[in-house]
Design a protein around this ligand. Structure first.
Ligand code: SF4
Length: 292
């Protein structure tokens, strides 16, 4: 069970995207910020927000010193804004308890707000060059095809997936690059819907050699955005982000008139999540700006 490391690494050197968080001069904190943003948002949307963010708040303490509302505004339209709050909390913990330095070991990273198994390993590997498996959806798919000859990856099982990828890692200093290359291959070549096997750098692939047997997984339904609670939440937050003072209920109500129950539910959920707060006189504001 192996993957053609030499072919993969040579391809990565040649073809990888020039993403700013891959610059060796970028700090562990700035890599952490990119991992938070990339959790549910495509690279192309993350790029401008990340560049502004790290220029404005280059360190955990700089981020921690910012207000919650400022952080939510800077998050812009990346979506899933609870991530911004978790990132802010993570900055506070690192600034206060870790000397303003992102921890390097997976166990400590896992104690930070918003840092799960994938993110902890990605930071240990990409920011600190550690020998740890980093497994995302792209990696799981490449391994399923190249190693197991299957069209699709099985359902995620973190322990099994990590052990499997650990067994594929080179035992030398190329590990971080190998992990990044595996992810990049899944993102650019071995894609879910249309793998470009003709340009694949791997000298052997069990799925290709077996004649591309069909998978058993049902095609995933593309998640709709239009008409969802997420869209309503986004519109309500847009009003609050654009305002320097608390707004009235009527100013929020006009953004979604087609389903008032859905709009009320979306506003309630923003209050429950702590992204929005109510002033004493009943108006609404981004968290931290309710008493303005
Ligand atoms: S040969 Fe095709 S299926 Fe196999 S790893 Fe390369 S792109 Fe993926």
């Amino acid at each position: 069970m192996s993957i053609d490391a030499a072919g993969l690494l040579a391809w990565y050197e040649r073809e990888r995207r020039d993403l700013p968080w891959r610059d060796p001069a970028v700090s562990a904190w700035q890599i952490l910020v990119s991992e938070f943003m990339l959790q549910q948002t495509p690279v192309v949307r993350v790029l401008p927000i990340w560049l502004d963010w790290v220029a404005r708040w280059p360190t955990p303490s700089a981020t921690a010193a910012a207000g919650s509302a400022e952080v939510l505004r800077a998050w812009g339209k990346l979506g899933y804004p609870r991530r911004a709050m978790r990132l802010h909390q993570c900055a506070e913990v690192i600034a206060e308890h870790h000397g303003d330095v992102v921890p390097a070991d997976v166990e400590t990273l896992l104690t930070l707000p918003g840092v799960g198994s994938y993110t902890a390993r990605a930071i240990a590997c990409f920011a600190y060059g550690q020998w740890v498996p980093v497994v995302d959806t792209n990696v799981r798919r490449v391994v399923a095809r190249a190693v197991h000859g299957l069209a699709d990856a099985a359902s995620p099982s973190p322990k099994r997936d990590e052990e499997e990828v650990a067994a594929l890692l080179p035992n030398d200093a190329s590990t971080p690059m190998f992990s990044a290359a595996l992810m990049e291959l899944g993102a650019l070549v071995c894609t879910a819907r249309a793998p470009r096997c003709g340009v694949c750098p791997l000298s052997s692939c069990a799925w290709r050699e077996a004649g591309y047997p069909a998978g058993t997984a049902k095609p995933k339904r593309v998640q709709k955005y239009a008409g969802t609670d997420r869209q309503v939440r986004g519109r309500l937050l847009d009003v609050l982000r654009d305002s320097t003072s608390p707004v009235t209920r009527a100013q929020l109500d006009v953004v979604w008139l087609s389903d008032t129950a859905q709009r009320d539910r979306a506003l309630d959920s923003l209050l429950v999540d702590g992204l929005v707060e109510q002033t004493r006189d009943g108006r609404f504001a981004l968290c931290g700006e309710g008493e303005g």
